[in-house]
Design a protein around this ligand. Structure first.
Ligand code: FEO
Length: 412
């Protein structure tokens, strides 16, 4: 993928990872791939902001070589330690051994642990592993610290826990350009680089998926960080994150979306997620959806055993109501729904209501277990659960219909 000048003398030198399908272990399905964005700023001093995943180091280096010899890089800004952004750093540093690395205090600690670097050791006293990794000079920076490049000056803004302790944003006032690393990103592999070049529906879909699956539990910090940036009086014309598309036409669109998601604002929408053993719980789910539809409320029905969990979380991000169902197995819920609820709990959704249903054989248990997890997640149980033995009768299906109508009424 060709390099791209995003502003005069500022180049995207990242890579597009078209084929990656899982991220963060297997916690995120990247069905549209991703990109690792790095930015080269040419001024009196030359700075590179972030690198790329280690397996793409050659591609990053080739792109830089198309613009300047890598040895001319004076500064490398490491906004984030995670290896999708720092993995190529050791290789690159061998080509620009005099480059000075900038990052937060936690970044220095994190890089040391990832790349075996006791920074304090004098040259010559290092282990082979350390000698080999190319690191030389690191400067810790904190919010408000500046780095003058020439015509431009970079300002650093710590962003601890968005989403790692080391995370940091870099801002260039002269260009009104924010480089926030993971924040405002999307896992979206494209040959286009800018928001005005891609389908808006897909773009916001991927941005929502990214927020819901990664940043949702950090929403209070997201709000504080946006407030802090507003108070700093920072003017933003372009947001260039380290994954996906660059926001140049409408950066306010993603900032407003983040504000809404971080405030846990929702729509009158219900997501019904279930797992079924022999189909009885599915019959109940379909009737519940009918009841919800009767009330004119938007609803999605999802069998978690076959669904893409990353997509399900995206659906839940803007939904006010969750209805969760499972057959009972060994006095408990089934395993796919259990895994899903454990993941959902970690995302700490707020201001949601829920209800629970399911079929059982000779002893129940699933409904109670599900309610317990939902309560632990801080989700309000809005009505008593509905359990049916074996296969629901016509009368019991009518109860399911009523169950859906009653829950939907709470959103009207
Ligand atoms: Fe894209 Fe937290 O790394």
């Amino acid at each position: 993928m060709a390099l791209r000048e995003i502003k005069k003398d500022i180049f995207w030198v990242g890579v597009v990872d078209w084929n990656v399908r899982t991220f963060h272990g297997h916690t995120y399905n990247t069905n549209r791939g991703t990109t690792y964005n790095a930015y080269l700023i040419l001024d009196e001093k030359i700075a590179l902001v972030d690198t790329v995943a280690g397996q793409f180091a050659d591609e990053l280096i080739e792109k830089i070589k198309q613009i300047i010899p890598p040895k001319k890089i004076d500064y490398i800004i490491v906004n984030h330690v995670e290896t999708d952004h720092s993995g190529a750093l050791p290789r690159l540093l061998k080509l620009c051994p005099s480059a000075k690395v900038f990052g937060s205090k936690k970044c220095k600690e994190g890089l040391s642990k990832h790349y075996y670097l006791p920074w304090s050791e004098a040259p010559g006293s290092q282990s082979d592993a350390v000698k080999d990794n190319g690191f030389r000079d690191f400067q810790i920076v904190k919010t408000g610290d500046k780095l003058k490049l020439g015509r431009r000056t970079l300002t650093f803004i710590e962003a601890a826990m968005l989403h790692w302790p080391d995370s940091m944003f870099t801002y260039c006032a002269e260009e009104r350009l924010l480089l926030p690393n993971d924040a405002f990103g999307q896992h979206y592999a494209t040959c286009e680089r800018f928001d005005d070049e891609v389908d808006q529906g897909i773009l916001m879909d991927e941005a929502a998926k990214y927020y819901g699956n990664i940043l949702w539990p950090l929403s209070s910090l997201v709000l504080k960080k946006i407030e802090e940036i507003v108070k700093m009086g920072i003017s933003i014309e372009m947001i260039a994150p380290s994954h996906g598309i660059i926001w140049r036409k409408d950066p306010g669109k993603i900032i407003n979306a983040y504000l809404s998601w971080a405030k846990n604002e929702t729509k009158p929408k219900i997501v019904v997620v279930y797992e079924t053993m022999w189909g009885a719980t599915e019959k109940m789910a379909r009737k519940i959806v009918e009841g919800i539809t009767d009330k004119g409320i938007s609803v999605k029905l999802i069998d978690i055993a076959t669904a893409d969990r990353t997509e399900v979380i995206k659906e839940m991000l803007d939904a006010k109501g969750y209805i969760i169902g499972s057959s009972t197995h060994n006095n408990d819920m089934l395993t796919a729904i259990a895994g899903f609820l454990a993941f959902l709990k970690g995302l700490k959704p707020q201001k949601r209501i829920a209800a629970v249903f399911g079929s059982y054989g000779w002893a129940g248990g699933a409904a109670k277990s599900i309610e317990s997890v939902l309560k632990e997640a801080g989700i309000e149980i809005a009505q008593p659960s509905l359990a049916v033995q074996y296969v629901p009768t016509d009368e019991e299906l009518r109860k399911c219909l009523e169950f859906g109508r009653e829950f939907a009424s709470k959103l009207l």
